[in-house]
Design a protein around this ligand. Structure first.
Ligand SMILES: C[C@](O)(C(=O)O)[C@H](CC(=O)O)C(=O)O
Ligand SMILES: [Mg+2]
Length: 302
């Protein structure tokens, strides 16, 4: 059935354990709650909830227009449907340090295993675009300290993302990462690393887990999990991959219908009705229903 069979607390412990382990973990971006089931079925380690996907699907560019309420609600819908730990993109934390504290508590309540908070100015932008701005070190560290202190579950992962590589270079990024760890970050998301050697430099700078963002059409090459593991990366996200693939497929089928005046040629690419029902677990719900209603209470007649 379409719900998590484990608690948020257990998922947070699982996330901590996998990040401490020797094997790199892969977190595809959940496009929607249902697509999260595909991620789980394929045996991935966890799911990522992208701020870009969330914003774009609501019809906004990824420039900080979504609200905490929208992000927590969507992230909660995704977290509730999977046994996998879910890491959510909390952008700049939705305001000042006090807002960041509230953000972390709302995300804990929504059942997330962790979130990342970045050091961009608002309005923020995609980390792989030029013209980003980052806040000063004091502001960046205050956000992380507020996040770390606000959580009620010590295992909720507070990941600090730094975008400073794009504005000030690699040395600034490793320095900032160290300061963010000192401020309480459990993990580091070094955004827009240019190549593997930059990940390696980040690896030597900090002793917490580090994340690689394998977003398509960005600044980083699309390295394999083995290549990234080799340089000491602990976690990979594929944030926008499912949305890009789904939208690509949608565009193609719409073109087919326009051209052929029927969708017939596109049907082989579609998930069949049977497969869709399997994914939504109609069977599981039916069985649950019959186990609840198919019993007799002696002496009870209506
Ligand atoms: C990871 C990211 O923050 C996201 O929101 O998914 C984006 C991804 C993207 O725009 O490709 C990012 O800033 O890298
Ligand atoms: Mg983002």
């Amino acid at each position: 059935m379409l719900f998590s069979t484990t608690t948020p607390e257990a998922k947070r412990i699982a996330l901590r354990e996998m990040l401490a382990g020797p094997t790199i973990v892969q977190f595809p971006g959940a496009y929607t709650p249902l697509s999260t089931r595909l991620i789980q079925e394929q045996g991935f380690d966890g799911v990522y909830i992208s701020g870009a996907v969330l914003a774009n699907e609501l019809g906004f560019p990824d420039i900080g227009l979504t609200s905490l309420t929208e992000v927590a609600a969507r992230a909660g819908q995704i977290a509730r449907i999977t046994d996998l730990p879910a890491l959510v993109d909390a952008d700049t934390g939705f305001g000042e340090p006090m807002n960041v504290a509230r953000t972390v508590q709302e995300l804990e309540n929504a059942g997330l295993a962790g979130c990342h908070i970045e050091d961009q100015f608002n309005p923020k932008r995609c980390g792989h675009l030029d013209g980003k701005n980052v806040v000063d070190l004091a502001t960046a560290t205050k956000r992380i300290r507020a996040a770390a202190e606000a959580r009620r579950d010590a295992n909720f992962l507070v990941m600090a993302r730094t975008d400073i590589r794009g504005t000030d270079g690699l040395a600034a990024a490793t320095d900032r990462a160290k300061a963010l760890v000192d401020a309480g970050a459990d993990a580091i998301f070094p955004e827009a690393m240019a190549d593997l050697s930059e990940f390696e430099a980040m690896r030597s700078a900090v002793d917490v887990p580090i994340l690689a963002n394998m977003t398509e059409f960005g600044k980083s090459q699309l390295f394999t999990a083995d290549q990234l593991q080799e340089v000491g990366v602990n976690m990979i996200i594929y944030p926008v991959t499912l949305m890009r693939s789904a939208l690509g497929a949608m565009e193609r089928v719409l073109q087919t219908i326009r051209a052929d005046r029927t969708q017939e040629a596109a049907v082989p690419d579609m998930l069949t009705r049977a497969r869709l029902y399997e994914l939504v677990d109609y069977n599981g719900y039916n069985q649950f229903d019959s186990s609840v209603f198919d019993f007799e209470v002696p002496g009870l007649h209506r």
